[in-house]
Design a protein around this ligand. Structure first.
Ligand code: HEC
Length: 186
């Protein structure tokens, strides 16, 4: 609160939005309102789960099956297809040695907790709207989703995913793009 009150802009914006000065309730309400504005519902995959069997293509359905059978869902799971756990990057290989010089951001969650077991541990990201948010990973190294899927296979599952399966998984991931304020994101 002390920090926000130092900003004349925040003071006047809070005053006009809430008709009162900055206080803990207003701050919580403002952050929650912002977060709700990030809601992107009604992805084709959501419509599919609600029972519209034709909302996604046959390729996307096969990709969904592969996403489950390869084991992507052991980490990318739940309503956001991720976002609910932390995991090491490089379970089946040394991602960092293979990608050259290590920077502080590569330490991942260790930078937050200082615990040795959190080194190279990252939040498993949500895959919603994933086709729109390249580059990927904490380091922005994979430029394309194709690369990101192959790297996930190699370092998180210990498999070389054949191109045809990568393409099908990509079709599934495309079905995770939702709507923003009533308009399809694209
Ligand atoms: C053992 C856990 C685990 C498994 C299994 C796993 N992932 Fe991931 N995934 C992660 C983590 C952790 C990250 C974040 C890596 C980073 O930030 O450097 C990630 C990142 C990604 C990203 C990039 C997201 C972004 O916003 O940058 C994609 C795409 C992805 N995974 C797809 C897949 C696919 C497809 C599979 C199955 C072939 C898979 N993952 C299997 C843990 C996992």
């Amino acid at each position: 609160m002390k920090k926000l009150k130092q900003s004349p802009q925040y003071v006047s914006t809070f005053e006009s939005a809430y008709g009162s000065e900055i206080n803990p309730d207003n701050i919580k309400n403002a952050i929650a309102t912002f977060q709700r504005s990030l809601y992107t519902p009604n992805a084709p995959f959501d419509l599919y789960l609600k029972g519209n069997k034709n909302a996604i293509s046959p390729q996307a359905k096969q990709g969904y099956d592969l996403f489950k059978s390869y084991g992507c869902i052991s980490c990318h799971q739940g309503m956001l297809v991720g976002g609910n756990m932390f995991q090491s990057l490089g379970i089946f290989g040394d991602y960092f040695a293979d990608h050259g010089s290590i920077t502080k951001s590569d330490y991942g969650r260790y930078n937050v907790t200082g615990q040795e077991e959190d080194r190279y541990v990252f939040k498993v990201p949500s895959l919603r709207n994933i086709v729109l948010t390249s580059p990927y990973f904490h380091d922005g190294n994979p430029q394309t989703l194709d690369q990101a899927i192959k790297l996930m296979g190699k370092y998180q599952l210990g498999v070389d995913i054949p191109q045809k399966d990568v393409d099908l998984i990509m079709s599934f991931l495309r079905s995770l793009t939702g709507e923003y304020q009533g308009q399809p994101l694209s």
